[in-house]
Ligand binder design. Structure first.
Ligand code: BGC
Length: 249
């Protein structure tokens, strides 16, 4: 089964047709820079341009960097506030002329990792954390997703909002060494472990590509590994989540 997967991010909107049974891109991904400001209309037009690029006529699955319930965007931490209350699923369907399913970006990246990547065949509590402009989370129990978990938004006692303290954007802004950043991330992981006792933590998003640089500084009770599908997880999972019969979530 082939579905067009689209990953809407803060800097790029990326997509490719995906074989959702195998979890593989069928062509190289196509990327269009996210319009600035990323207004509802400008982003919807870009999603339509991406579908047009592939001359797509079938189903589309989309990952979006916010809480998404039944197609409606509910939060806007790192995106234009105008998105709140928008039925993005309906809007993208109108713009592309294709059936669309839309879910939180970290949830769909997690779906890809749990089905095809670092979490494959793993039972118990698996937590996927995406490290990028913000911190996204996908929580799974025995392969089943609990949607919109938003663990980037827990409050750290001394440091405030977790994603503002440990995101990749903050690491760059504060010019932290990998060791300094890992020390911050350990504070966050300790809090997460206190709340969830995960069996496995998978680190995804842009920050996961540099795992080898900070791995030795991380301290967790749970096993912690980098995502295997890296850049492609968001696209593969977005497509996979639009085909519920073949994904575990
Ligand atoms: C948003 C999440 C999103 C994460 C990663 C956070 O700011 O609240 O919904 O998954 O960023 O994009």
């Amino acid at each position: 089964m082939e579905i067009l997967g689209i990953d809407v991010g803060g800097s790029g909107i990326k997509g490719a047709p995906v074989d959702v049974n195998r979890g593989e891109l069928l062509t190289p991904r196509h990327r269009i820079s996210t319009p600035q400001p990323a207004t509802v209309k400008a982003v919807a037009d870009t999603v339509a341009a991406l579908a047009e690029h592939f001359q797509w006529k079938g189903a589309i699955g989309c990952g979006f960097p916010a809480v998404v319930q039944h197609g409606v965007v509910k939060t806007a931490s790192n995106i234009d506030k105008g998105w709140i209350g928008t039925n993005a699923q309906q809007l993208f369907a109108e713009k592309t002329g294709c059936p669309v399913q839309i879910h939180n970006d970290a949830d769909v990246a997690g779906i890809a990792e749990v089905r095809f990547g670092a979490g494959k065949d793993r039972q118990g509590v698996v937590l996927v954390l995406t490290i990028g402009t913000g911190i996204g989370s996908g929580l799974f129990h025995n392969g089943v997703l609990v949607p919109n978990s938003e663990f980037g938004h827990i409050q750290l006692k001394k440091y405030g909002l977790a994603e503002k303290y440990v995101s990749d954007a903050t690491r760059k802004k504060d010019d932290l060494s990998w060791k300094q950043w890992a020390e911050r991330f350990n504070v966050y992981l300790a809090e997460i472990e206190k709340l969830l006792s995960p069996d496995l933590i998978i680190l995804g998003g842009g920050g996961s590509k540099k795992f080898a640089k900070y791995d030795e500084h991380l301290e967790t009770k749970a096993e912690i590994v980098p995502a295997e599908l890296l850049n492609e997880a968001g696209i593969i999972g977005a497509a996979g989540a639009a085909a519920p019969s073949v994904v575990t979530a």
